[in-house]
Design a protein around this ligand. Structure first.
Ligand code: NDP
Ligand code: 2IT
Length: 444
């Protein structure tokens, strides 16, 4: 059995009941096969892959808090500090009832390569809890966040581990967590990113993941002889990533005709009204039915269905495994030319392979959504120098980073004989820097 296969088998055996983690490892290791096989003896002797797939540290803790009825609630919480070869652990905190250790490990593993691709000095980590902020009062969310940080603060710091937002963790949650960290530790430092502008946040961080997704997508299209302008785009999700992806797509001349949430989706043939969407989702924290009720041209449908709409470009921006093989078939049948992942691992391996085999340009999440964490790293830089850059300065750095990421993937894919396979390009380019740093630092 080859070294790559041995390590994959070990991951499955040692981490039972963590299918998302297995999936993320499988996709990366498959892409690395050609690189590993060229240098197999050295990597194997150093157990480089075993170390890469095993988190440096995994923290599991309980979070007790009191709800508005006086009832004590208990949630499970996690922080996986996966790899610090190239910088302090960096990655978001997901608050969603589906969160478990396997999901946090898949996200932390992806984050290692994503962070490497940004070209900035950040290692990989991820955390979160099965707490559901939906339907909770602000006081309940604060109670949870304070209790969560009362434990988490022991393990994080501006130079060790810097969490941020993800599903369910936005500006409100980051604010409550930051306040509690400062209160307990007594230091005013950039321990979290995605902070509010009045207390150390960076301009353009809110927009960064969605904007970055579109900068990379536009570059990928341009390099393949297409122009984003005039294209019809379908987007899933209606959270932070989806909203700013829709906004930038429109600014670049495309027409966005769908968004979704976990209960349904909206088809709006006249183009999504981003101001209305922001009002419904960011201000009212309401469902998409309210968007549809306020807009004549919008049709609301229960359940899933975004990928059945005819489009040129598809941007999954909700969650993992939301674009399945039948969705990929529908996209191809409808003439879609590009898929770029705003979410983490939204496309199954089978669907990805189908899209690639049918000539659809495919940008994987660890490259396409790296603008969020890249801008988090820019927030860390601003905190360190105690300065705030202008929106234009941050946005132009973000754009450069995304364009560079695309060319790095493209070059790596070509170099290893897989031209146009941006999944392989991303995994290889992300891996090489981390592997080099791990090798240089000895057996740690
Ligand atoms: P938000 O919480 O702001 O929005 C999430 C959106 O996805 C909501 O519309 C939500 O619907 C929908 N969604 C979540 N879970 C499910 C589910 N199980 N089934 C269907 N729909 C679902 O999160 P973000 O926009 O921040 O994150 C979206 C994706 O992007 C995630 O994969 C995240 O890891 C990734 N990402 C985020 C970055 C960031 O900077 N925020 C950076 C890079 C990647 P509902 O409201 O009904 O739950
Ligand atoms: O998946 C991701 O890259 C994020 N949720 C953002 C992480 C960060 O540290 O900004």
């Amino acid at each position: 059995m080859s070294y790559v296969d041995e390590v994959y088998q070990m991951v499955v055996e040692k981490n039972p009941a963590q299918p998302e983690f297995h999936q993320a490892v499988k996709e990366v290791l498959e892409s690395l096969r050609v690189v590993i096989e060229a240098n197999e003896e050295a990597y194997k002797k150093d157990a480089l892959l075993e170390r890469l797939v095993t988190p440096e540290r995994q923290l599991l803790f309980r979070v007790p808090w009191v709800d508005d009825k006086g009832q004590v609630q208990v949630n499970n919480a996690f922080r996986v500090q996966f790899n610090s070869a190239i910088g302090p652990y960096k990655g978001g905190l997901r608050l969603h009832p589906s969160v478990n250790l396997g999901i946090i490990k898949f996200l932390g593993f992806e984050q290692i390569f994503k962070n490497s691709l940004t070209g900035l000095p950040i290692g990989g980590g991820k955390g979160g809890s099965d707490f559901d902020p939906k339907g909770k009062s602000d006081r309940e969310v604060m109670a949870f966040c304070q209790s969560f940080m009362t434990e988490l603060n022991k393990y994080i710091g501006a130079d060790t581990d810097v969490p941020a937002g993800d599903i369910g963790t936005g500006a409100r949650e980051i604010g409550y967590m930051y306040g509690q960290y400062k209160r307990i530790r007594g230091v005013y430092e950039g321990v979290l990113t995605g902070k509010g502008l009045s207390y150390g946040g960076s301009l353009a961080r809110t927009e960064a993941t969605g904007y970055g997704l579109l900068y990379l997508t536009a570059e990928m299209l341009k390099c393949n002889g297409h122009d984003l302008s005039g294209k019809t785009v379908v987007i899933s999700g209606s959270g932070n990533v989806a909203i700013y992806a829709a906004q930038k797509a429109q600014q670049l001349g495309a027409k966005v005709v769908t968004v979704s949430d976990s209960t349904g989706w909206v088809y709006d043939p006249e183009g999504i009204d981003v101001a209305l969407l922001k009002e419904v989702k960011e201000v009212k924290r309401a469902r998409l039915t309210e968007y549809a009720a306020a807009r004549k041209s919008a049709q609301y449908h229960e359940g899933r269905g975004v990928w059945s709409v005819k489009c040129d470009v598809a941007l999954p921006c909700a969650t993992q495994n939301e674009l399945l093989i039948d969705d990929a078939k529908a996209l191809v049948a409808n003439g879609c030319i590009a898929v770029a992942e705003g979410a983490n691992m939204p496309t199954t391996i089978e669907a990805t392979e189908y899209l690639q085999a049918n000539g659809v340009l495919f940008a994987p999440g660890k490259a396409a959504n790296a603008g969020g964490v890249a801008t988090s790293a820019l927030e860390m830089s601003q905190n360190s120098e105690r300065l705030s850059w202008t929106f234009e300065e941050v946005d132009s750095k973000l754009k450069n980073i995304m364009v560079n990421i695309f060319h790095n993937l493209d070059d790596a894919a070509k170099k290893y004989g897989m031209e146009g396979n941006y999944v392989a390009g991303a995994n290889i380019a992300g891996f090489l820097k981390v592997a080099d740093a791990m090798t240089a630092q000895g057996i740690v």
